[in-house]
Design a binder for this molecule. Sequence first.
Ligand code: NA7
Length: 537
Amino acid sequence: MSETSKAQFDAIVIGAGFAGMYQLHLLRDKLGLKVRVLEQGSGVGGTWYWNRYPGARCDTESHAYCYTFSESLYCSWDWSERYPEQPEIMRYLNFVADQLDLKKDIQFDTRVSGASWDEDVRCWRIMTENHGEYTARFLITAVGCLSAANIPNFKGLDSFKGQWIHTGSWPQDGVDFSGKRVGLIGTGSTGVQATPVIAKQADHLTVFQRTPNYSVPARNAPLTEDFKRSVHKNFEEIARNMKATTNGHPWGVENRRAVETSADEQERLLEAAWQVGGMQFRAVFNDIMVDEAANKVMADFVTRKIRETVKDPTTAEKLTAFDHHYSTKRPIIDSHYFETYNRENVSLVDVKEAPIEEITPRGLRTSDGTEYDLDIIVFATGYDGVTGPLTRLNLIGRDGLSLGDVWQEGPKTYLGLQVEGFPNLFTITGPQSPSVLTNMPVAIEQHAEWIANAITHIDQIGASCMEPTSTAVNEWETQVQKAAQATLLITAKSSWYLGANVPGKPRVFLPYAGGMARYRDICEDVVEQNYKGFKVA
Ligand code: NA7
């Protein structure tokens, strides 16, 4: 094969995490296409490959944070803990890649620098930084929703004499915190996970908090042999439930309204759910995301628990000065986060009151003039979520239009799967799909299967291109905004779901909030109506 023909593929997939691996399997092994996955990292794992920070762990229970397309694959893996830690997820994904013989078609250490649609030959030209150019009829992004780091543009960062790290690109060899004065900026899921672990190693840890977050105990624990056997035995039921629920988890929300429950009963139910811990805590009542009075029941309960846990009243006050309703920002579960503030070597600084003004050679200074001497600064400052990983790919569609330009005022897609003017581009868990509001592997499997079926359809009818119509895109945007407006999610003005964490990003609700089960039905209905809303030419 010549160098040129080697670089021609039916499909190029960008990213070798959960999404890219399954898409490769479907397109190569089920459809018989010539596929290549381009992956920036040196191994599979996607977001998990980079997120190696201390305490990195999934918030979905392990028996639901995995593929369910194959019972034999599901039953040939045993998880060790209730929530899988990053190294265990990496072992799982490597196991899957080996079982399905995926690695031979993944090109590692390959960063995509751009891609453009060539209308004359109806294919995508994909450029890489270090491995030349590829062409493919189909381009599928499997780049994750939280892979483009948000590093605030603090004045003086270059002058810092110590070490600074963003949690999403953690050094492979780890970071030694022993004897160090550590500053951690950010108290989202990442900061909340990292704080207790770093606190145990560091000489002193200062947490810089802009917005406090509600969090519920994860109650992580090793899994018993009985539990491991039972999930294998009940595979079908677990997989069926995950497909049927709004959130893609194997548990549903109770059919019970907080506002119709007596105060004593509310307390009893919440206390029991608090003891069980985890994301299910939200499932005690079905009105907390739509009714402010119901939501307040949860918010008050969690606030009281935090105040009971944190001994210093000033710190407790700062940790509970919430600016949003319970669970309207990404819900968090933790392992001894609030207890950590009772340690002598941990302090909390409110940077809403006095924002970080400058990073200095010795640490950082806040606007009230206080200087903090630090050896290491950890940026747990999150991501340019959902749209960032796509706009940073430099995708150019028909007529030289860039995705960044088309999405200047917020993402415009059809079903979060395709963008008008970008034929044959498919975006797994793209904006305006349920993605981050659901258990990701469930959303990923549904998208990858839908895309494989769409490609089969295109080939079966002898077409060459597929893209959405403007009408379908506009109607979907209305549905996405309506779904968000029907919930309290839209009220959390500091949420990254709305792009609020990235300066200059348009404030538009990014995921589809109508629920995974309903979304799946919509996608199936579109297919039944002969790919309604898509132009297949
Ligand atoms: P998040 O949830 O976006 O959290 C980032 C945190 O960093 C959050 O507390 C931010 O405060 C804070 N932040 C961001 N910029 C600044 C500046 N300039 N100054 C001070 N503090 C800042 O990201 P995570 O990595 O924790 O979690 C991402 C997802 O990964 C998570 O939702 C799960 O899906 C897994 P803010 O709230 O914006 O005021």
